[in-house]
Design a binder for this molecule. Sequence first.
Ligand code: PEP
Length: 251
Amino acid sequence: SDGRQPVIAGNWKMNGRMPGATATIADLAARLATRPGAACAVVICPPAPLLPVLREILGANSRIALGGQDCHAGTSGAHTGDVAAEMLADAGAAYCIVGHSERRADHGEDDRSVAAKAVAAHRAGLTAIVCVGETLAEREAGRALDIVAGQLDGSLPDGATPANTIIAYEPVWAIGTGRTPTTDDVAAMHRHMRAHIAKRDAALGDCRLLYGGSVKAANAAELMAVADVDGALVGGASLAVDDFWPIIETC
Ligand code: PEP
């Protein structure tokens, strides 16, 4: 990964109840303690109500960082049900996913609102994990590279840097389906993404580019070895430590 620290991020989505969630995080922390040389950053993005509880269990200087799954663009106000990036930071998050395809689909988020959320994450001192990815119809029409380039143009805000922004390529048709692109397709997409963002701003070309979509123990090593892949965003396989741990062990 050319000196870029790999990131293995778990997106728990709307999963995690007490006391299972606390047991999971404690188990993961204990396993990481047995492998002090692990080179990757490990991030867990639980449902927001769990953030302070998990932060408390991990302690302030844990090897495991926490992240939100979404944030509002504003700092406060009349936005029932929304959570500000500053509130995630208060609750112990250092990262925030923005623009996940489930948010884009379920909540009508477009590139413009995703960029505003990334700005909010940066304002709150969080590293934004900006998600992009084509649908199956777009891939089958041969438009995947163009669609993702357009999403990058629209979703990456001014002020994005390799320090405050991570990009996750998540083909919509690979999320939760057990299907993955070929390693050649992942390599082509990541090469294309890196060249595209570097064209906009040479420094941006050094952002970590994660692959996400049905990453599991059986395919993680192969996917993580692809050029320009700097880690993984993992959904289903991040929920149980026995599934997540082999993915961490790839880096
Ligand atoms: C995700 O939703 O970010 C994801 C990659 O899900 P899964 O690993 O379950 O495909």
